[in-house]
Design a binder for this molecule. Structure first.
Ligand code: FE
Ligand code: CA
Length: 517
């Protein structure tokens, strides 16, 4: 017995030493007997979509990540995973394996079950003699279990060429329980000024090009660190596929867009720690999803892209996509049958919220819901890609929230490369009507530009906008309790790899009182 203990102790000491030698950020040479041409875990590891009894683990084998095929050849590989209570893997509580196949770019998605609620775990992958970096993840609290607090962050819009990912390094260091990535994880196209890095291709059109896009992002050590330290849930916006796409239409109405979209969805799935059931099917991917943390929080992830109607009154030169227009000159804008979420997703949302027993209900979606139009020469100028371009669909969303009392709804978004914090009113254009929800949108991790040029002008036009910042890059971090939600806008200089982080503003919402306190 004693000898056994001593041996076990010795083994775990060796494992501990071995684990600490594995760098957090994946790089280095393959092991001497490796079947691979290089270290296969160059893209690191990730976890996502926590449940009370598990989480989805992700990796992808890619010894040469920035070439088509990732340097893998054709042969199927068996990838094992281990989940442990300790970083040294002395107490492994779950293990299993998945086949990594050429058709899914040797990506691995493993829905782990049988874990305990509300605790941190360590995980790693093994393939032959190769061992991945060690990741860290956290399960959700059991349904209804008293849950005092939750910390989470939102991120969006990380054009690789526009800056470095200091924001991700700082977000990882804050150790939130969850990060929600709200779209524009990649950009299909190179653009911007004073670029600091370059995409391998100018624009991605086919599956291999989209795969290389994601691989290029995931080679970034700060982004890799974030994924290795915190579980995520994700929604996409337009740039995961093509600027301004809507349903089955691209901005320029290209003839083979449905195939391009399917390729983009496939590459998205291959690189995100999404549950196995979310694998794309028949050219579509069901992104909308809901999950909860005890009695405290329910997250509802929405898809504003796949089921939406085309933007109203497009520029004839492009054929489709967004424009900025005077709504008085575009009757189609307010047509009742124009969809943002689509009827099935709207019904699902309504049913999900009706069944919710959590104190707070957080809607994670792509863009600004509250009105944010600007004015020029006394005329309204509406950007038609956002919720301002889908006013009837927005009203349906608000009505769903309004019908259910006690939801404490909070809307989270990105896309606008600015921070906008707003009260969402029953009639969103009439600040005299009751506030239904609070909204936190933005900013961007790196992406340039802003929905508006002048913070003060935007606020002057819209009394429901309580805070606006079109300049600062970074992310929002939230602390949630039964009493309230506290948010902090954390800002970085995206042009500096080693940028420090600062808090630009702190705003809060009290439970039972919708709107910014
Ligand atoms: Fe963006
Ligand atoms: Ca966008």
């Amino acid at each position: 017995m004693q000898q056994l203990n001593r041996r076990r102790l010795l083994t775990s000491a060796i494992t501990l030493a071995a684990a600490s030698m594995v760098p957090r950020v994946a790089r280095g040479a393959p092991s001497p007997n490796s079947r691979f041409v290089g270290y296969p875990f160059t893209l690191g590891v990730a976890s996502g979509y926590p449940t009370p009894d598990g989480v989805t683990l992700w990796t992808r084998l890619a010894p040469i990540p920035l070439i088509a095929g990732g340097g893998m050849g054709q042969e199927t590989a068996i990838v094992r995973y281990e989940v442990a209570e300790d970083e040294g893997f002395g107490k492994v509580v779950a293990r299993g394996s998945r086949q990594a196949i050429v058709e899914s770019a040797f990506s691995v998605h493993a829905d782990v079950r049988g874990l305990s609620p509300g605790r941190w775990y360590f995980y790693r992958f093994l393939c032959g003699d190769e061992v991945s970096p060690v990741g860290r993840t956290r399960t959700a609290e059991a349904p209804g279990a008293p849950t005092a607090a939750l910390r989470f962050a939102i991120a969006s819009c990380q054009h690789f060429e526009h800056g470095y990912y200091a924001a991700h390094r700082h977000m990882a260091a804050e150790q939130p329980d969850l990060v929600l990535f709200l779209g524009d994880y990649i950009y299909e196209m190179s653009w911007g000024s004073d670029l600091l890095r370059s995409y391998v291709d100018y624009e991605a059109h086919d599956l291999e090009q989209y795969r290389v896009r994601y691989a290029q992002h995931r080679c970034d050590e700060d982004l890799q660190r974030l994924h290795g330290q915190v579980p995520v849930a994700v929604c996409w916006d337009d740039h995961e596929v093509d600027n301004d796409w809507a349903g089955e239409l691209s901005e320029r109405l290209e003839p083979n867009f449905v195939a391009r979209r399917a390729a983009a969805f496939q590459a998205f799935y291959e690189h995100m720690p999404m549950p196995e059931r979310m694998r794309p099917q028949a050219g579509g991917l069901r992104l909308y999803e809901s999950f909860a943390y005890g009695d405290l929080a329910r997250f509802v992830v929405l898809d504003d892209r796949q089921y939406r109607s085309a933007q109203a009154c497009p520029d004839p030169a492009k054929g489709g996509g967004s424009t900025v227009l005077d709504p008085g000159e575009c009757a189609a804008l307010a047509a009742a049958d124009r969809a943002m979420l689509g009827a099935p997703q709207e019904s699902w949302l309504d049913a999900t919220l009706a069944a919710s027993k959590q104190r707070w209900n957080l809607l994670a979606q792509q863009t600004l819901v509250a009105p944010g139009w600007m004015q020029q020469d006394g005329q309204r100028r509406v950007w038609t890609d956002g919720w301002d371009g889908y006013p009837k669909a927005r009203q349906r969303l608000i009505d769903i929230l309004r019908r259910r009392k006690g939801l404490n709804p909070v809307i989270l978004g990105g896309d606008i490369h600015s921070t906008v914090v707003a009260d969402l009113h029953e009639d969103p254009e009439d600040p005299r009507t009751p506030v239904v929800a609070s909204e936190f949108c933005g900013t961007s991790i790196t992406s340039q530009g802003s929905l508006f040029e002048d913070d003060a002008a935007l606020r002057a036009l819209h009394p429901h906008i309580r805070y606006a910042n079109g300049k600062a890059r970074g992310y929002l971090v939230f602390e949630l309790s039964h009493q309230g939600l506290r948010s902090r806008l954390r800002t970085v200089d995206e042009r500096k790899h080693d940028s420090p982080v600062n808090t630009a503003v702190e705003l809060s919402v009290e439970a039972g009182r919708p709107g910014i306190a």
